[in-house]
Design a protein around this ligand. Sequence first.
Ligand code: SF4
Length: 350
Amino acid sequence: MENISPALLNWFYANHRILPFRSDPTPYHVWLSEIMLQQTRVSAALPYYERFLAALPDIPALAACEEEKLHKLWEGLGYYSRVRNLQKAAKIVCEQYGGELPADYDALRALPGIGDYTAGAIASISFGLPVPAVDGNVLRVFSRLYNDDGLITDPKVKRAFTARVMEHQPPAAPGDYNQALMELGALVCVPNGAPLCEQCPLAHLCQARAAGTALSLPRKAAPKARRIEPVTLAVVRSPAGVLLQQRPEKGLLAGLWQPVLWENETLTPDEARARLAALGVTCTPDAAKALRPAKHIFSHIEWQMQGYLFAADTQPAPASCVWASPEQLAAEYTLPGAFKAYKKLLAAAL
Ligand code: SF4
């Protein structure tokens, strides 16, 4: 196949989206944007990106940020291990590299939370190094360009696709080339529905287009079934605020705050009341109100939640819990998106 980069780069320079991390692609900016964009659409991530940078303008500021504030800056984006790894890596960068990301693919790859793709994006876009940055967009474009139905979730296939990506990479513009491929995948060779081949600068070379197979590519392994877990939660409100419980430091939603809950259990209102009493929380005797059930999907688990609303008089909070006023909940405590359905109720004053 002839080299795709001239046509691709011409298209990219004329059509790419203006994005803040592209206008000022410092290593920190590219790193932060790529981590945010891993599970989040560009339009949803942009306000978070601006807010995060305003609060933590450089890597030393990120390394020194207090954990609760860090979680708060990420609140709503989900997958909080991303921001915890960002900070872990920032601390290493401060200790080992004087607060600046190293201009070295392998050194970047060795940092927590930085995989092949993110290391490649930082190294090529910010440092101009001739390395690949292959994400799902790029795999889709190449599987169609070569009409190759290899399973893109197979590491061997990914390596072979990456080698092809590099055959076309121009030594003078590795960062632009990598971004152009991602942009083509995001805007033209789109993932859901038919690709917009009539707008594609590579249409004359595309083998899937010629064969009429673009829509069936790329081939992916079937997703694993999710585990369904019942969860019972208690929204307990007192004059001092709502009762929040901090999750353990490790595991799902580590260190974040939640209403008191019991995983893998479906409890009746009386059972939930008794569990609260065992924790040391005495609720008023009026009947608990059943809240509308809600579900939340994590990558591998689906929570099916049943909530109850309890009232309580002023009393000390048990271990790992606080009574949070609506103002404190808004400013200090990070409530994961899993509890979106109950957020209004949690944030309301008694
Ligand atoms: S011609 Fe169509 S299928 Fe081929 S790379 Fe372009 S948009 Fe994708």
